[in-house]
Design a protein around this ligand. Structure first.
Ligand code: ATP
Ligand code: MG
Length: 391
């Protein structure tokens, strides 16, 4: 069996196309490592072949990898044959039989002939294949307008025939837009934010501010798990776990209670910027969504941002919580995100937080806390995880 992989927006990228394809090929190869499947590229198309006969597990493994890679619009498990009309017709009948057995009652054949030396034009292939299928399975009806099944024929360096096509994530291959540092909490939002930037081609590293014993080790484990789930989309993801206990204690001791949240956010931004520089990241990513919670007012976001040394990307800023939740379910992070372990912010939220912190006042307060030495220390003693394991 050969998987025919269709590439997405890549075709729009003019001069960058070859480079983008190369990066996607690298990502696909990395995702398939150990599966025994082989990737070949030919003329802007990717082909994945697995050993025959292909086991159900091998097919599942390949499809699972393809379903997690940004830059792929879709794929089809296809029959590959020599380019003779008899082979093509026989393969069409076999594919049609599969569709019919799965409940389809009408079909059409759609052909594309990239190799113009093939002696039958697309229209002729469609007609002949339609006839061959109708003859072999008399109750399978041709319906060119609203068919239950489409049997596709592609005449390239070989002939490829398939009855099913699966949709990919689309977007751009991870690695085409540099690397961003995701501020990853254990909540629902930030994993989705990371995923959305990965879909625009950003590679990810992640940082989690842990405040043991205010936040439990279960909370940390949850973030490690989330980073592992996100790594499926980026093929690789380093998570930095930074202890923020000393920073939080200083804020609690020295600043007015109402200011705690906004000051903590400023500290996170500054510390994330310090880490981003070390990890060669070009941007920060957060799961903020306007007005969702007290720390996410226009004014408070501005205060936090004032401590950022990089662009801050907030892909969820205009999104509704319900839509974010739906996305979290579809990318597989939701079930982990809703585990009941507090992240530092839930424990560290004052009863009446300041909602619209004036920047000048916030900055003066923040400076007076002298948090930089604590943050530098925290970074030096930070832990690093990859795919769920400490490294
Ligand atoms: P989330 O669902 O992502 O936790 P939230 O709705 O709880 O977001 P906040 O608690 O205000 O909102 O956090 C806003 C953003 O700040 C988060 O999306 C995340 O990017 C970052 N953040 C918050 N807490 C932490 C933390 N402990 N470590 C790293 N980043 C954090
Ligand atoms: Mg949160």
């Amino acid at each position: 069996m050969t998987y025919l992989v269709k590439l997405g927006e890549l075709s729009l990228k003019g001069g960058n196309k070859a480079g983008f394809e190369k990066i996607l090929a690298r990502n696909v190869a990395a995702a398939l490592r150990g599966s025994g499947a082989q990737l070949t590229t030919h003329d802007g198309r990717f082909y994945i072949t697995c050993k025959e006969p292909a086991s159900a597990e091998a097919a599942e493994r390949i499809e699972d990898a393809l379903a997690h890679l940004p830059g792929i619009t879709g794929w089809a498990a296809s029959r590959k044959t020599e380019k003779t009309i008899d082979n093509v017709l026989a393969a069409c009948v076999e594919e049609a039989r599969l569709c019919f057995e799965n409940g389809a009652r009408s079909f059409k054949v759609e052909s594309r002939r990239t190799d113009k030396s093939f002696p039958f034009r697309s229209y002729e292939i469609n007609c002949r294949a339609g006839d061959a299928v109708a003859e072999a399975i008399p109750s399978f009806k041709v319906d060119v307008r609203h068919p239950d099944a489409v049997i596709s024929v592609e005449i390239r360096e070989k002939a490829f025939i398939y009855g099913y096509e699966k949709k990919g994530l689309r977007g751009l291959p991870v690695g085409t837009a540099g690397r961003g540092l995701l501020l990853l909490s254990g909540g629902i939002d930030s994993p989705v934010a990371g995923f959305m930037m990965a879909l625009r081609g950003m590679n990810l590293a992640a940082i989690y501010f842990h405040a043991y014993p205010y936040t439990s080790n279960e909370a940390k484990q949850k973030v490690i798990t989330l980073a592992g789930i996100l790594a499926r989309y980026t093929t690789n993801l380093k998570l930095f776990v930074i202890s923020f206990t000393a920073v939080e204690q200083r804020i609690k001791e020295k600043a007015p209670e109402a200011w705690a949240t906004v000051l903590l956010r400023m500290a996170m931004m500054e510390c994330a910027s310090m880490s981003a520089r070390r990890a060669k990241c070009k941007a920060l990513i957060t799961g903020e969504s306007l007005s969702q919670v007290a720390s996410q007012t226009v004014e408070n976001i501005r205060c936090a941002e004032s401590r950022a040394a990089f662009s801050v990307f907030r892909p969820l800023i205009g999104m509704d919580k319900e839509d974010i939740t739906r996305k979290a379910i579809s990318i597989g992070t939701y079930q982990t995100s809703i585990l009941p372990y507090e992240d530092c912010c839930t424990l560290f939220s004052p009863q009446h937080p300041i909602l619209r912190a004036p920047l000048a006042e916030a900055s003066a307060l923040y400076e007076s806390l002298d948090l930089q030495p604590l943050m530098r220390e925290a970074i030096l003693s930070g832990e690093v995880y990859r795919q769920g394991y400490a490294i």
